[in-house]
Write a protein of this length. Structure first.
Length: 275
């Protein structure tokens, strides 16, 4: 978007569409607003550049680039630029079938969204802005079609978010199992067998939930427990510490410890013995 402010509002001329845009625009320098009574239409506000603080439901949300908020009608809210210029895209919409559509898509609630390459909300709003320039009956129909596409994107976002939450719940039992089994001779194959899924599928789900592979998670648990032993007992040899936390090879244990902690196990123990 360039630096020119754009705003289009639509008066009710003739029979309104069942799903229509009330206003749409781009503001390179968003103003401060306080609406204790809310807005009479569904309202979307998204940051393009800069950042703003948006408040509703007693909570403050920082809207950085790519983040947007959808508000249901008459939701009290306020917002202001956090620092410097805050550039935004916005759209308000309604219509006789809007509530039914929002309910059927399960998005009829106020919430914050974060766009991605796959779910680029801003691109759809920019298409609407380009369409409404034509100022004719076809542009009204086209913009309504884009609006429906925009709502589908919001639906997809919630599906992805819910799937991510389900992944976390599904992986939580595996995490607990790893915390009790870390000292055993287990690796990715054994973890996958416990989870009853392929190693590849398990890794993809685990990474989606925790941004780390299950094997890397296991190694981090082992190193954490090794640090406890090194700190608590100076009598245990490195071989004994390694075996106690699930490493079969002392050299592998030392190399892994140094890679993660930046120092060798002996150096780590020495530092604590000096305290």
């Amino acid at each position: 978007m360039n630096g020119e402010k754009k705003r289009y509002t639509f008066l009710s001329v003739g029979k309104p569409l069942p799903l229509f845009i009330e206003s749409v625009g781009y503001n390179p320098r968003e103003e401060d607003f306080a609406r204790p009574e809310g807005y009479p239409y569904y309202h979307w506000l998204q940051t393009v550049k800069g950042e703003g603080v948006f408040t509703y439901g007693g909570q403050e949300y920082l809207l950085t680039p790519g983040k947007g908020i959808l508000l249901t009608p008459f939701t009290p809210h306020s917002y202001y630029a956090n620092e410097g210029d805050w550039s935004t895209l916005y759209i308000t919409f309604g219509g006789d079938v809007t509530e039914a559509i929002m309910n059927s898509l399960e998005i009829n609630f106020s919430s914050m969204y974060i766009e991605s390459a796959e779910l680029a909300f801003s691109k759809t709003i920019e298409k609407i802005l380009d369409t409404v320039k034509k100022d004719n009956e076809l542009s009204r129909l086209d913009s309504s079609e884009y609006l429906y596409h925009f709502l589908i994107l919001l639906k997809k976002y919630n599906q992805f978010r819910n799937k991510g939450s389900q992944n976390v719940d599904r992986m939580r039992s595996i995490v607990q199992w790893l915390k009790t089994m870390y000292s055993e001779n287990i690796g990715l194959r054994e973890i996958a067998d416990y989870a009853q899924m392929s190693p590849q599928y398990l890794t993809s789900l685990f990474k989606a939930a925790f941004n780390v592979s299950p094997y890397a998670f296991l190694i981090n648990i082992r190193i954490r427990e090794a640090k406890k032993l090194l700190y608590a007992s100076s009598e245990l040899s490195l071989k004994e510490v390694a075996e106690a936390v699930g490493f079969n090879d002392t050299s592998h244990f030392i190399a892994t410890f140094k890679k993660i902690e930046g120092i060798t196990p002996n150096k780590y123990r020495h530092l604590f013995n000096k305290l």
